[in-house]
Design a protein around this ligand. Sequence first.
Ligand SMILES: [Zn+2]
Length: 399
Amino acid sequence: MIRGLRCTSCETAYPLEPLYECNQCGSILKADYDYERIGIKWAESGVDTEDLLPLPAAERVSIGEGNTPLVKSDRLAKRLGLRHLYLKCEFANPSGAFKDRPVSMGVSMAVKFGYGRIIVASSGNGAAATSAFAARAGLEAVVLVPEPTPQEKVKQSLAYGARVVKVEGPYSNSFAVAKEIGEKYNMFNVTSTFINPYTVEGDKNVAFELHRQLKNVPDVIYVPIGAGPLLVGIFNGYEELKRLGVTGALPRMAGIQAEGCSPIARAYLEGRDQVQSDPSPRTIAGGICDGLHGYAKDGTYTLETILRSGGFANYVADEEIRAAQSWLAQDEGMFVEPSSAVSIAELVHSVKAGRVKPDSVVVAVLTGHGLKDMTQVQTEMNAPLIPNRAQALADLLGV
Ligand SMILES: [Zn+2]
């Protein structure tokens, strides 16, 4: 029951149209729903979160995204000193990352609006997701990635048949080129920062699923953040559930970054309400290596959401990320890319500092699969080669 779009700053209302910012003030746009009608319908026939999405399921381009597992952590939780740690396995989406959710919504709107071509700027996961969903929809996809994007993500995007182009410099350069060319040549821009107001609506489904899977609202949800649309989408989803009387509480949102690219965390830690961009970010967590150069307002918007939730932001060092990546693999059997591991790395600090209690209900969102970024797997990992004799293995194992 979407009504249209509304400016998050001056509240100007717009109809459902391909629009990337408020024409009046240039601020971020957000989907606007008829909550009164939804409330009446839900009171009569039960909760149906489909009413809080911009398109009905039958009109969405889908490859079976969403409905990802929520797994209760056992060994890793013990290691961290937590009793109720849940891992939301977004790496189980069809393209191997959470981006399938926002991109499904963006590509569906491109079809609705009659576009033949879509364009995206991505650090890799959005590139693969856009390529996959464009293929599914029969649309042409122009995919811009920064030069250091892992080969796995580039090849995956190429495999789906997309036009993949590397742009020199950091992610923000890809973002600027996609924005300009998309507007000039009528390609729908599904970049999942906050430029496309429909994509973030797909992220809300994480909240709706968590609500069904957990029954209760978790105390804290840890989300790796670049610009932060996943974190904002999840909190928007919970706010809507609360507004409609489905839940009484809201989770605190923890936005976690890497030390070498931490504009939002630094603003939080320094008590600033405006995020400043970082023109030359550098970290092994490529999926969240977004310096927000030219669109620091997106970071400010995410920071506002974190503060509104009573949550916090922080950053962790690359070495801590590597350790957390190993724990997830070796304690839980979950091989994730470095960006996904930042939440677990931060949880070590959170427990020590009392930001979470041992009996807090904590959800960590694991955003992308480890196979997507094999170059960051520790290089000393090597399998020994033995002669083709059983005894050679016995000797090696010392059995
Ligand atoms: Zn406005």
